[in-house]
Design a protein around this ligand. Structure first.
Ligand code: NAD
Length: 292
């Protein structure tokens, strides 16, 4: 090679090597995400996934103590200004209004809404009290509605589009034994997301659903009565439940909070720019028309 050409190639290779070593731009840098139920489980795993991509996070939860621990974890991992938190109850209209407005106060706006706060509590139909029924509808269906309405208003006002991700459940699509109150509330969340997608599309607001299957590890709802209820519905011992869910999946894998967080990141980012009104089941391949 002529000397100049060899020099140019070497120079170009060095520049390429430099580029390779440079940190990749973060896909959610400058984005602000609210995560309800962000104090633990799927919510906290999601907050971490979004923060990894550069998003600022507003954690919202009813559990003040867990909220403080979660915010601390995020600050330690992603820097002290990465996250803010606010105690709130998704069933209380004034709490939701205050919490959504807090996103503007803390970070100047809102781009991503992860509606995730929830419970799991159910019973056979004949044992489902009106109180249990209403509890499911108010935290899940109504709570998701209030968050969606307030966040939609803020996104509309900003006129910069946005992404809403609803964490529903496979039980919103398929019937599950002894869980009618929960199944109906989860079905409502799925329909709400589709309606938001329709109204939001002209405004550049997308809305999608992630349906986890059983995520036992790291989830508080599996430390309570729900585990016993599910085990009893399947006539198993609580110790056998995780293996039961693993065996019934096509991939023979258990689903973890981080797996759900990855799917939420997909819908919260431009990777899914042309998806709205959609549902992604994260269930290691288990999609029959009933849950067993
Ligand atoms: P989790 O119990 O670990 O987290 C739920 C969070 O929501 C908790 O931090 C809790 O304090 C908060 N919360 C409860 N009621 C609230 C209220 N009224 N206002 C504000 N915050 C409230 O459970 P998880 O497994 O991480 O569940 C997250 C979501 O995923 C829920 O909507 C749940 O129904 C859904 N889901 C979970 C599973 C699973 O197997 N873990 C399966 C399907 C769907």
């Amino acid at each position: 090679l002529p000397e100049q050409e060899a020099f140019d190639i070497e120079y170009w290779l060095l520049e390429e090597a430099k580029l390779q070593r440079m940190p990749k731009p973060k896909s959610l840098a400058g984005h602000i995400a609210l995560v309800t139920g962000g104090a633990g489980g799927i919510g906290l795993a999601t907050a971490k996934r979004l923060a990894t991509e550069g998003a600022n996070i507003v954690l919202m939860d009813i559990d003040e103590e867990a909220l403080a621990v979660a915010k601390n974890e995020l600050s330690n991992e992603f820097g002290k200004d990465c996250a803010a938190s606010i105690k709130m109850d998704v069933t209380q209209e004034e709490d939701v209004v205050r919490a959504v407005n807090y996103c503007a106060l803390a970070f100047g706006g809102l781009d991503i809404v992860v509606s995730n706060a929830g419970i799991a509590s159910s019973a056979p139909l004949e044992e489902t009290s009106l109180e249990l029924w209403n509890k499911n509808q108010s935290i899940l269906s109504t709570g998701y509605f209030l968050v969606a309405r307030e966040a939609f208003s803020l996104l509309k006002q900003q006129n910069m589009g946005g992404n809403m991700v609803f964490i529903a459940s496979k039980n919103g699509l398929v019937a599950s034994a002894n869980a009618s109150a929960y199944c109906v509330a989860k079905a409502a969340e799925i329909q709400l997301s589709r309606c938001v997608a329709l109204e939001g599309a002209p405004l550049g607001i997308r809305s999608n659903v992630v349906n986890p299957d059983a995520v036992l590890r790291g989830s508080k709802i599996w430390t309570g009565k729900w585990k016993e209820e599910r085990a009893s519905a399947y006539q198993l011992s609580t110790d056998d439940l995780e293996e039961h869910y693993r065996q019934r999946s096509m991939l023979k894998l258990n689903v973890l909070p981080e797996d759900i967080a990855e799917a939420i990141y997909f819908f919260a980012s431009d990777a899914s720019a042309k998806s709205t009104g959609n549902i992604l089941n994260v269930d290691a391949g288990h999609a029959p028309s009933f849950t067993r």
